[in-house]
Write a protein that binds this ligand. Structure first.
Ligand code: NAP
Length: 252
């Protein structure tokens, strides 16, 4: 049975790459979006093809509207869009709020929030029964930071992820009667390159012993929750967010 296409933004590395690989293993055609690392995206495609799966890749910055249109045009060429995973996301170097400037904030919110909303809108146009679509599922990758606030590190990132949490609820309710489910996954400390991007490559290793489990999570553990939310097994779940944090940040 053709399960359709899943578009994974930021699918070239880390959590997105794990989601892309697991989606392909579960029988979806996978379109891997990446920003600049074509080599990494090609490696994910190749690993999927080696397992007998179907994958293609498309460059694009999720915060650039023309790029988002090009990504979805590429998805249309592959088949029927069944799922969107809004995974592309960035942090910045640790800083206090009084040291943030507008340039930092614009990048933070453009990629993490505007990109998510732009991509979701394109997916709704294709999936919604209101527009003649066959339904589908959207999964937004948020963060435990949305609850914890990330003081002294990146309160702007936490606020951007908080916006994604609100957007997940709002969009879920907006399209609940149109065959689209919208949910989120909230990772905790996951061992990926993102910590190096924030200038702290040892962050996951350093924090591991103090986490409730006590270890960092893997991208594959996050991918399992995403794939459940994409699947028909989650057919009555919408507007919800699954914590994949090993217990971090769950206490009120
Ligand atoms: P990562 O290893 O740094 O990978 C980031 C991915 O996003 C890469 O594929 C990158 O593409 C892509 N990307 C970056 N900017 C983009 C843009 N403007 N347009 C399109 N793609 C873009 O990050 P990760 O740790 O896997 O994080 C994935 C998601 O999980 C993010 O939303 C992040 O906020 C969230 N998260 C991560 C953690 C964690 O501890 N790792 C915790 C909570 C939440 P290139 O390869 O081309 O650069």
């Amino acid at each position: 049975m053709d399960k359709g296409i899943v578009l994974v933004t930021g699918g070239s590395r880390g959590i997105g790459a794990a989601i892309a690989r697991l989606a392909a293993a579960r029988g979806y055609g996978v379109l891997i979006n990446y920003n600049s690392n074509a080599t990494a995206a090609a490696a994910v495609c190749a690993s999927i093809a080696a397992q007998g799966g179907r994958a293609d890749m498309v460059a694009g910055d999720v915060s650039v509207e023309a790029d988002v249109d090009a990504m979805f045009a590429a998805a249309d060429r592959m088949g029927t869009l069944a799922g969107l995973v809004n995974n592309a996301g960035v942090v910045d170097v640790a800083a206090r709020v009084e040291d943030f400037d507008l340039k930092r904030l614009q990048r933070m919110f453009a990629i993490n929030v505007f990109g998510t909303v732009l991509c979701a809108g394109r997916a709704v146009r294709r999936m919604s029964r209101r527009h003649g679509g066959q339904g589908g599922a959207i999964v937004n990758i948020t963060s435990a930071a949305a609850k914890l606030g990330a003081p002294g590190n990146y309160v702007d990132y936490a606020a951007a992820k908080g916006a994604i949490d609100s957007f997940t609820v709002g969009l879920a309710l907006e399209v609940a009667g149109e065959g689209i489910r919208v949910n989120g996954v909230r990772p905790g400390i996951i061992d990926t390159d993102i910590h190096a991007s924030g200038g702290d490559p040892q962050r996951a290793a350093r924090m591991a012993a103090d986490l409730p489990m006590p270890r960092a999570g893997t991208a594959e553990e996050v991918a399992e929750a995403v794939l459940w939310l994409l699947s028909d097994a989650a057919s009555y779940s919408t507007g919800t967010v699954i914590d994949v944090t090993g217990g971090r940040g769950i206490a009120p």
